[in-house]
Design a protein around this ligand. Structure first.
Ligand SMILES: CC(C)(COP(=O)(O)OP(=O)(O)OC[C@H]1O[C@@H](n2cnc3c(N)ncnc32)[C@H](O)[C@@H]1OP(=O)(O)O)[C@@H](O)C(=O)NCCC(=O)NCCS
Length: 199
């Protein structure tokens, strides 16, 4: 029996028309903090903005060789322009339920790089990787119902809105409600091509 972990067969970086998706390194702490440290970025993440120290801890955790076998294993990739080293955001997938091959996807970008289709382009490439290389059966995203930009990324990817959870979490003193968006492996052909820009 072949015991090769699918994540060991992935070739990084992943490249798209405009972007490069690679593992974070210890040199990226300031670049991550530049967006993860912002109140506006953390607005719908149900946690405070990351301190620089927290960014260093996160990078320490995600920059090593990724594992993809147990619930909670994740692959988080730094997104840069194809021809520039600076990190403009990140996309990640997490093995939420290994046996049923349920994979959660997420994205966080620096506000300076919003509105250009980068999040959709990076997420589309990672979604293809999750289905094709990591064996995902179902890919889903959970997002605050007020996070319209994130819902639009899901819809551009071809994910369907499966659920509306009403006041299922507390965001500070605000009751938060969430949408769950998802796509199955055989929906992949519904996802627009990974090679072009976001539309
Ligand atoms: C969620 C988030 C990544 C979305 O960013 P975004 O910039 O809206 O998404 P994209 O990069 O895919 O850009 C899409 C926009 O670029 C526009 N665009 C401009 N040029 C484009 C191009 N060449 N190709 C494609 N789209 C382009 C699209 O029309 C779209 O605009 P619209 O939403 O007004 O219709 C961003 O708001 C963010 O990081 N938020 C904070 C973190 C967060 O909440 N993450 C999600 C948690 S669930």
């Amino acid at each position: 029996m072949d015991h090769t972990n699918p994540i060991d067969l992935i070739t990084l970086p992943v490249t798209t028309e405009r972007l490069r998706l690679r593992l974070f390194t210890a040199d990226d702490v300031d670049a991550m903090h530049a967006y993860q440290g912002l109140e506006s970025v953390a607005r719908y993440l149900y946690r405070p903005p990351h301190t620089r120290e927290r960014c260093a801890e996160v990078i320490d955790k995600i920059s090593g060789p990724p594992r993809w076998a147990e619930n909670g294993d994740e692959l988080v990739l730094a997104v840069t322009h194809a021809d520039e080293p600076g990190v403009i955001g990140e996309v990640g997938v997490k093995l939420a339920a290994a046996r049923a091959r349920q994979v959660e996807i997420g994205w966080v970008f620096h506000p300076a790089y919003e509105g250009r289709g980068y999040a959709t382009e990076a997420a589309r490439a990672l979604a293809a990787l999750a289905f094709d290389a990591l064996g995902a059966h179902r890919l889903y995203a959970r997002l605050d119902v007020e996070n319209t930009a994130s819902a639009k990324v899901c819809e551009r990817l071809g994910m369907r809105r499966e659920a509306h959870l009403v006041e299922n979490d507390l965001d500070g003193d605000r009751w938060g409600s969430e949408y769950v968006y998802a796509a199955l492996a055989h929906d992949l052909e519904r996802l627009p091509s990974t090679s072009g820009s976001a539309r």
